[in-house]
Design a binder for this molecule. Sequence first.
Ligand code: NAD
Length: 428
Amino acid sequence: MKVAVIGTGYVGLTTAVSLAMNGHQVIGVDLDEAKIVKLRQGISPIYEPGVEGALNQVLNSGALSFTTKLAEAQDADVFFVCVGTPEAADGTADLRYVYSAVAAIEGMQQAAPKRRIVVIKSTVPVGTGDQVAELLSGCPELTVASNPEFLREGSALADALAPSRIVIGAGDPGTSEVVEELYKAVDAPRVVTTRANAELIKYASNAFLATRISFMNELSRLSAALGTDIVTIANGMGLDSRIGPEFLRAGVGYGGSCFPKDTIALLQLAAQNGISLGILEQVRTVNATQPVWFLEQLQPFVPDCRGKRIAVLGLAFKPDTDDIREAPSLAILQALEEKGAAVYAYDPIAADAVRQKFPNVSYTKTAEEAVQGAHAALLITEWKQCVELPWEQLYESMAQPVLLDGRNAWPAQIVKQAGFHYVGVGKS
Ligand SMILES: NC(=O)c1ccc[n+]([C@@H]2O[C@H](COP(=O)([O-])OP(=O)(O)OC[C@H]3O[C@@H](n4cnc5c(N)ncnc54)[C@H](O)[C@@H]3O)[C@@H](O)[C@H]2O)c1
């Protein structure tokens, strides 16, 4: 099938590459010229494992091309809308990019009418697909589907090629059948439903995952007070098939481009409908306070941070991505700067992006360099490069051997044996 993908960010690029790998003829469209220039050269503008290799493969085979001009995509039968839906000032989802993409498709349809389908993959509030369909009601050959995306950054391509499920919301069977046909090569359960149901499945999934994380983070505070071990507790809980092991890891809080904005957007949507989602309110409160609680663990070892060297290891919101949107590291850096600490930070990929926001932090080329001379080292993102470290050498190099493990990823027994003061999340 001929497919256009509008927006070539984390979701759009992955969607375009995976559809091309599955035998479709794909054109990626983005307003950002610099991005398109890179993509045409086979350079991925994002750090995402496997994407660049696959991109070059489908570029070379001719299955994927890129443009800044939507008109060049007019042969396409299906138009995926994968543009950003960031948080607006009032917490609702800002839909301006979605509507501008839809308007561009409408213009093309009016100029050269033919059977086309608009598939909204961006995460949008319930009712958006129906509103778009209403807007396009003057173009009877143009129909609208919702097909939310569930990929995880860090394994985006693998997730797109083997998704947990494919959710398709459409107003008529003909439209959903075409979207199903697009995924013919993909072995995954299908949920074919209304656009509104599809839209709420996406928000509910993210809100539920965020809830699991905040539940464990809040529990970790009790666990620390009781002297129990939240990792063992999570293992014991996760073995219950009704609970399952995923998303039970306590840490410094969730971040990224989705959970923070999608939870607030869902709360706003509920409020607009006169419904209060109290659990979700608390999920956000726990997440906002978790970095603060974590930093309090530093107090016994570094009562006054002024002038003290503190190492922060890991800045991306999770390993294997360069994405720093809403990363917990940003709250940690902010708080340490306010306390007057001399912050040395390391991240294998995301340091340049963070440097723009925190120019006074010293960025190092290795984790070892950040930790050297530090009064404490904090693990914020569990990159391999921040977890597998030469502990004896680090012990010698630090001003004070204090480790605060914000991801419970350092080998607690080994570092304690090496002489460190070790504090994890939710452990005695
Ligand atoms: N990033 C994720 O992990 C993830 C996962 C699932 C769903 N989503 C959702 O997918 C959507 C996209 O997220 P993302 O992280 O890929 O965003 P992104 O910011 O990485 O990419 C958006 C892209 O859209 C382009 N764009 C904006 N308006 C355009 C237009 N009119 N025409 C062409 N290009 C346009 C931008 O230049 C940018 O390259 C969001 O709604 C997000 O919530 C994201």
